[in-house]
Design a protein around this ligand. Structure first.
Ligand code: BEZ
Ligand code: FE
Length: 252
């Protein structure tokens, strides 16, 4: 009999997932109680809209993201995370976090460039980060965009943002995923980072995040996104603190 419309890839993947689960069930002699507890947990994860968070802390989001971006040269990509929102266009240099906000002042600058070192004109870079309390604007009562903005590069490819050194923060831990982390003896900390997205003509779009040198959670990011090539070196010899990072965009 001819079967039409079968999704072979889906069928293969479902079969592989089920084979893996059957192995786990057999090897660990999973009981009825344990299986139903697992199903109840997943139900609660869904009810609390935490499936993405579960994928994050199981470090599956980072793995899928890595496989989706085979090395094409350029700055190492990273996951978008849950806090990206459309941001206002700023001047370049631009103020991401205003002076009246608490936190260690940081000037981050660099060049948006090709791998050969040529500046990329007209690139749009979108930065977002948390405040000194480890909160993104979307986690604050007032809905206006804060601690985020887009900049465009001129002919020299350069960008500069005036901001603060973000602190490390804990991801949501008051739901089923947080409970799981606790039972596994795992923490919910992410090392301090500034998110960044870049787009330019004839270049691959880039999503990444830049980490802060010396952060205690570097090497132990709960979502496993802390990549050594994305760590900013801070120059604290003067005030403000300074860091330079070139955003290298691979050819499309
Ligand atoms: C973030 O970096 O903003 C983030 C990523 C994954 C889970 C929670 C937060
Ligand atoms: Fe973040």
């Amino acid at each position: 009999m001819m079967t039409t419309g079968v999704d072979q890839r889906l069928a293969e993947i479902v079969e592989a997932v089920i084979a893996g689960l059957r192995d786990v069930i057999k090897v660990h002699h999973i009981t009825n109680e344990e299986w139903h507890a697992a199903l109840a947990f997943l139900t609660e994860v869904g009810q609390n809209d935490e499936f993405i968070l579960l994928s994050d802390v199981m470090r599956l989001s980072v793995l899928v993201d890595e496989l989706s971006h085979p090395d094409a040269g350029g700055t190492t990509p990273n996951v978008l995370g849950p806090f990206w929102r459309p941001a206002p266009l700023l001047d370049n240099p631009g103020v991401l976090v205003p002076e009246d906000e608490p936190g260690e002042r940081l000037v981050l600058d660099g060049m948006v460039r090709t791998e050969a070192g040529e500046p990329i004109e007209g690139a749009e870079i979108d930065f977002w980060q948390c405040n000194a309390d480890g909160l993104y604007d979307v986690q604050l009562p007032n809905d206006e965009p804060r601690y985020r903005g887009r900049l465009r590069t001129g002919g020299d490819g350069r960008y500069q943002i005036d901001t603060i050194v973000p602190p490390p923060y804990e991801i949501k831990k008051d739901g089923p995923v947080g409970r799981l982390l606790e039972r596994l003896g795992r923490h919910a900390w992410r090392p301090a980072h500034i998110h960044c997205k870049a787009e330019a003509q004839d270049r691959r779009p880039l999503t990444t995040m830049l980490f802060i040198e010396g952060d205690p959670w570097l090497g132990d990011d709960t979502i496993g996104a802390d990549k050594p090539s994305l760590v900013l070196a801070l120059d604290r010899r003067g005030s403000p603190t300074r860091a330079t990072f070139d955003i290298v965009m691979a050819a499309a």
